[in-house]
Unconditional design. Structure first.
Lengths: 140, 293
């Protein structure tokens, strides 16, 4: 029976911690949980807070996580940390914002097409003018 | 000597262009390294969350998340198109957009409705010109993409799926194979295919029925995991796309610099020839004049 388990703390953007541990404390949603080896498989959300890891023959280490998920298996503990501050309302707000942005873009589409066409016409006429000027210079 | 002056000006302008392309090549090379690192860093999260999702899909039988349920009829399709924000990167965006366009036409031919989520400026411009139905978009992600910026637009698509606005969601992006090779790919995002989940390793030494303890409840926890899993998939696609973009740009700029070099060589040859011709003409005139005296 091993007295250590493997801990991985990863976020979508990078791997934060990976190594063996004897004991770990994490801020689960329902309250802090302390984990020793051979814990029952468990899956829970964690709140923003610090994760305390006691690696063998080392000082305890504190790692801050801004929420995420905690997965426990008898010999592996994985913390999937969030990089962004999450919350149902916050996500909802972001989604509405994104939707609004898309709708606005849809509405502006005609005007942006006009703008692009005007720009193209402008470029064309500038080129024409430049050519005319060149011709004039040559003529005189 | 009017001709030779024009040639000289042309040489100068090509040299200036070459300076720019060479600088861009170098910038792209350094950004590529960072983008590749970012891509590698994003991998562990993707693998871990896939394992968790795989365990979950096998373990929990009382609640099956809608993302896992295959639908019989496919009427409406959502697609996520990942492109770069900036151009000058060879055929990168063109290739992925051509693939998307081909698929869209095929689906439309089968009478399916399509909504698009554009990640990256180039794709958005293309879809707008096409007159496609753009449900959401993210642009201006910069060199270091934040997951935070993606959340809103991705949620629009995920909600669309859970609320039956889509029956299927696909993602198009450019997969990074190596510096010289990138290829456009289409992957099914939703419903999550069993294949994808099965490729995750099974629980060590444990077979059969075992389940997690869910705290506080199974449903919200599973919902969260699934949303994060799909987000992680999209984020990974984005980081791959960015690594592809930088390496494609580096290669394109290298080719441009090389081409500029050969153009300069050719122009220099023309310039020297015309100068030599002018000198010869002058000489023969002088000789002719002297002979006449």
């Amino acid at each position: 029976m091993s007295t250590v388990f493997h801990v991985d703390i990863v976020s979508a953007e990078e791997s934060i911690y990976s190594g063996p541990a004897e004991f770990l404390v994490a801020p689960a949603e329902a309250g802090e949980v302390g984990i020793y080896p051979h814990h029952t498989p468990m899956l829970t959300r964690i709140k923003p807070g610090s994760v305390r890891i006691k690696a063998p023959l080392q000082e305890e280490e504190l790692i801050y996580v801004s929420g995420g998920m905690l997965e426990i298996q008898p010999d592996v503990v994985t913390i999937l940390a969030d990089t962004a501050v999450r919350g149902a309302n916050l996500d909802e707000a972001k989604a509405t914002e994104a939707k609004k942005r898309a709708e606005e873009a849809m509405r502006d589409r005609t005007s942006s097409i006009d703008y692009a066409r005007a720009q193209a016409e402008l470029a064309e006429s500038i080129a024409q003018l430049a050519t005319i000027q060149k011709f004039r210079k040559r003529g005189h | 000597m009017a001709g030779s002056r024009e040639v000289r000006n042309k040489i100068k302008s090509v040299k200036n262009t070459q300076k720019i392309t060479r600088a861009m090549e170098m910038v792209a090379a350094s950004k590529m390294r960072k983008a590749q690192e970012r891509m590698k860093k994003a991998r562990p999260y993707g693998e871990k969350i896939r394992n968790v999702a795989a365990h979950m899909s096998r373990a929990n039988t009382e609640y099956r998340h809608p993302f896992l349920i295959e639908r019989d009829t496919v009427k409406r399709i959502g697609i996520v198109v990942v492109t770069s924000d900036k151009g000058l990167c060879g055929g990168l965006n063109t290739n992925v957009l051509r693939m998307a366009l081909g698929k869209m036409k095929a689906w439309e031919g089968e009478g399916e409705q399509i909504e698009v989520c554009c990640i990256g400026n180039k794709g958005l411009g293309f879809m707008n010109r096409l007159g496609a139905n753009v449900a959401s978009h993210v642009i201006g992600l910069g060199d270091s993409p934040d997951l935070e910026k993606l959340i809103g637009s991705v949620k629009v698509m995920l909600d669309g799926y859970t609320q039956d606005r889509f029956d299927r969601v696909y993602i198009f992006y450019t997969r990074f194979i190596n510096t010289m090779k990138q290829e456009p790919v289409m992957e099914q995002l939703l419903p999550l295919s069993d294949e994808r989940l099965r490729s995750g390793e099974g629980p060590k030494g444990q077979k059969g029925s075992w389940d997690y303890i869910y705290e506080p409840e199974a449903k919200p926890v599973i919902d969260d995991i699934m949303v994060r899993y799909v987000e992680a998939l999209i984020y990974q696609a984005l980081t791959e796309n960015m690594a592809s973009e930088q390496s494609a740009r580096m290669v394109a700029m290298k080719a441009a610099s090389d081409n500029a070099g050969s153009v300069i060589d050719e122009l220099t040859l023309i310039y020297n020839k015309s100068r030599q011709a002018a000198i010869t003409k002058e000489l023969s005139e002088i000789v002719g004049g002297a002979a006449a005296v």
